[in-house]
Design a binder for this molecule. Structure first.
Ligand SMILES: Cc1cc2nc3c(=O)[nH]c(=O)nc-3n(C[C@H](O)[C@H](O)[C@H](O)COP(=O)(O)OP(=O)(O)OC[C@H]3O[C@@H](n4cnc5c(N)ncnc54)[C@H](O)[C@@H]3O)c2cc1C
Length: 452
């Protein structure tokens, strides 16, 4: 429906959910000159002292930055972020070993969720807080806090209302809509590590990780010189700890170096402040209904947080939609199906990768073999940058489509395996005389191809 009253013939877009992705989407549509209205169930994020979210800080990387850049917000957000150049692995004995994220100069940024959300909502948009929205796929029914309701018609309804999306529920009522959700057995809990003498308690430009195989803790720096520590652990383990003394006993056993930094009293109280939160991975398809309604961000694809890509993928959704809008002249009847076609395989790929990284972060980084392979990967990338690019680099520092990054990773594994074989046969050639008798005249290259 086009608004024809007064001088405006602008298209009207209703964005449901004023979280990170909804707020950024509003900027994209406003930049195009659309009338944008954002409906958010929570109180006004722009004036709220505490913005409730699912983590205090987040890792912003290339995809998210590219989307922010498109609406002129990159510099502002980056200037308030803290660069993290490497993971810092904390062993049980307290030894710290850095593993760089990429090449020299590459980093991800720790950003404040509340500040990011506020900054994105200060554009030319109408923002309705404390508004619950129910959606039929042609109109949003906006329930005011006083109990009255109003039906709002729009040219497009964009569902950015998070993992438990009310809009997606409307999709579920239609046929040929695929949907799956998986809760992982782990929950998470956030604890604060305060500054010491006005300074960060640990080195600030790292994402600190305490990998303990079946569980782990991570810590990201904040501008106020605190760290937000997030403990990821199976729910039954959280539930086993019922007293303050048991918390200290547990930390003494697994994270002894953090006790003086977080503080005994803080640990004893903060652990019981909130119960551990669940994590869910959601996939669905298609992302649209006709030319009227589309899902983006966690509403379309909630992913577990272990690749640091949930928000970045959601921001990239907005950018991909924008690119398709340009290609197809803002014609929603073709833009929406194309968006589903392009985006679903990528979002499903990052959902799978995030699940994979769940094991890598808490267990593999403890293994010497894994660290050796990471080093070899970096050397190979340095020697053959066009042929070998580590998966983490493709996901975090490029806009390679997620599903192409996965395909390329599988292909590169074959190349790596081949190079390993070549090396092995070459070493045999030098060290085992019997090998020369057996395979006389056959080069390592040919033998490697045979083995493959
Ligand atoms: C512990 C943890 C750590 C994470 N770390 C990272 C990270 O480092 N990097 C990264 O990229 N991602 C990270 N993520 C993922 C990231 O938080 C999400 O992907 C991101 O918040 C998704 O944004 P969204 O706007 O789609 O959804 P949300 O942030 O959930 O926002 C949805 C909004 O919709 C509102 N809403 C809900 N229902 C309605 C309704 N009916 N009507 C109106 N409004 C409604 C909600 O109040 C909310 O404000 C992490 C997630 C977790 C849990």
């Amino acid at each position: 429906m086009e608004e024809t009253t007064g001088r405006s013939t602008k298209k009207k877009v209703v964005v449901v959910g004023g979280g990170l992705v909804g707020a950024l989407n509003a900027c994209f549509f406003a930049k195009r000159g659309f009338d944008v209205e954002v409906f958010e169930t929570r109180e006004d994020i722009r004036i709220a002292k505490v913005v409730k979210g699912r983590s205090i800080n987040l890792a912003l990387s290339h995809r998210g930055r590219q989307a922010l850049k498109h609406v002129g917000m990159e510099e502002k957000i980056v200037s308030k972020g803290i660069p993290m150049h490497a993971r810092m692995i904390h062993s049980l004995s307290g030894k710290q070993s850095p593993i760089p994220y990429g090449r020299k100069g590459q980093f991800i940024l720790s950003v404040d969720r509340a500040n990011l959300n506020k900054e994105l909502l200060t554009g030319k948009i109408f923002f309705y807080s404390s508004a619950k929205v129910f959606v039929t796929y042609v109109a949003a029914i906006f329930l005011r806090s006083d109990g009255s309701n109003e039906q709002i018609k729009a040219d497009l309804i964009v569902g950015c209302d998070g993992a438990f999306s009310a809009i997606r529920k409307q999709f579920l009522r239609r046929s040929r809509f695929n949907y799956s959700q998986t809760y992982i057995p782990h929950g998470y809990m956030e604890l604060t590590m305060p500054p010491i003498n006005g300074e960060f308690a640990m080195k600030p430009n790292y994402l600190h990780i305490w990998p303990r195989n079946t569980f782990m803790m991570i810590a990201l720096p904040n501008l106020d010189k605190t760290f937000t520590c997030t403990l990821f652990m199976p729910f039954e383990e959280f539930e086993k700890i019922t007293t303050g003394d048991e918390v200290i006993e547990f930390f003494q056993k697994y994270f002894p170096d953090t006790i003086p930094l977080i503080g005994v009293d803080a640990l004893k109280t903060d652990y019981f402040r909130l119960p551990a939160q669940a994590m869910v991975s959601i996939k669905c398809s298609p992302y649209h209904i006709g030319d009227k309604c589309v899902l983006m961000g966690d509403a379309a694809h909630a992913v577990v947080p272990f690749y640091g890509q949930g928000m970045n993928a959601g921001f990239e959704d907005c950018l991909v939609f924008e690119e398709i809008m340009d290609q197809l002249n803002e014609d929603f009847s073709t833009v929406l199906p194309e968006y589903t076609r392009v985006r679903v395989p990528d979002d499903h790929a990052i959902a799978d990768l995030a699940m994979y990284n769940y094991v890598e972060m808490r267990a593999h980084v403890n293994s010497k073999w894994f660290l050796f392979r990471k080093r070899v990967d970096n050397i190979l990338h340095f020697l053959m940058p066009k042929t070998i690019t580590p998966l983490y680099t493709m996901v975090t520092f490029t806009r390679t489509r997620y599903h192409e990054a996965v395909d390329s990773w599988h292909w590169q594994n074959k190349v790596r395996h081949f190079l390993k074989m070549c090396l092995l046969f070459r070493l045999c050639h030098f060290f085992f005389p019997a090998y020369n008798l057996l395979f006389r005249g056959r080069c390592s290259f040919c033998l490697s191809i045979l083995v493959l």
